[in-house]
Write a protein that binds this ligand. Structure first.
Ligand code: SF4
Length: 273
């Protein structure tokens, strides 16, 4: 049982390659973590493929190996109701722009989604389990050697100490796939919210081709945000960095995309791992 003097130790599980590789390493004794915490941005917000993988493969695998894999919802402090990120963005009268929407110059706007829906959700659970400023929890984040620039220890709560076990072991993205397959598991899809403005153009392109309904839903979300911006007399914002609506920026049936070498993505390591 966790006591005030027993430090809490948990791995932040994002549902992607890095987290899944870490789970397999923990199961095989190569990583000293027995608790994995997944902050779920919402069943209507997380990419459906990630949730399918989680339920079909990750949770049964964790259970089979005696590892605790807990899915945490964001619960509103006042009402105790679950609030998803998509609900937050679409609710009537909302002016909330929590996601990193792209401005006219293509740059992402400031966001609060990662803090509200990932960092605080995991942080609250660690506190509940006994972590405090004087007895901080160790939190593993799944950043691999290919994305070393994302290792950013500033983004954590005062009752946490971050470590990067994959990075420390020199594990690359390709190694993650090998580790997952070595356990007889398929490699999960990339994890993120399906409407995340950090998506690369190729990701939007693949979505338009392979998941046209989801792509259309993202376009409709962008339309909704801009109808609200019109009412407020503000400039339009986009889910892609080309200063035009997603529907036009990613044309249907076209295979060549504008050249894009921008290294977009969440720089915190709390999303897309
Ligand atoms: S995946 Fe994107 S939209 Fe979702 S919480 Fe992370 S930064 Fe925000």
């Amino acid at each position: 049982m966790t006591t005030a003097t027993t430090p809490v130790k948990a791995f932040s599980f994002g549902g992607g390659w890095q987290s899944m590789a870490a789970l397999v390493m923990a199961a095989t004794g190569d990583l000293d973590y027995r608790t994995f915490l997944m902050a779920n941005v919402g069943d209507d917000s997380e990419h459906p493929g990630t949730l399918r993988y989680l339920r079909q493969y990750a949770m049964p695998y964790a259970e089979e190996h005696g590892i605790e894999l807990v899915v945490l919802d964001r619960v509103m402090k006042r009402t105790r109701m679950v609030r998803t990120l998509y609900q937050d963005l679409t609710r009537e009268g909302s002016r909330s722009l929590k996601i990193p929407v792209r401005m006219l110059n293509g740059a992402p706007g400031t966001r609060s989604c990662t803090v509200s829906f990932k960092i605080e959700v995991v942080g609250d659970e660690l506190k509940r389990r006994g972590a405090s400023k004087s007895n901080p929890a160790t939190v593993g984040i799944g950043i691999n050697l290919d994305e070393i620039g994302r290792a950013n220890k500033r983004r954590c709560e005062p009752h946490e100490e971050i470590e990067y076990p994959l990075l420390e072991r020199g594990i690359r993205r390709i190694d993650c796939a090998r580790i997952i397959r070595s356990a007889g598991l398929p490699v999960p899809p990339k994890s993120s919210c399906w409407f995340c403005p950090f998506h690369r153009p190729e990701t939007w392109h693949d979505m338009r081709r392979n998941e046209p309904d989801l792509f259309e839903k993202a376009c409709r979300l962008e339309d909704l945000l801009n109808r609200r911006r019109d009412e407020l007399g503000k400039d339009h914002v986009y889910l892609i960095r080309f200063a035009r609506p997603l529907r036009n920026a990613i044309p249907d049936g076209v295979d060549t995309l504008p050249f894009d070498d921008e290294d977009t993505g969440c720089d915190s390591g709390w999303c897309m791992t």
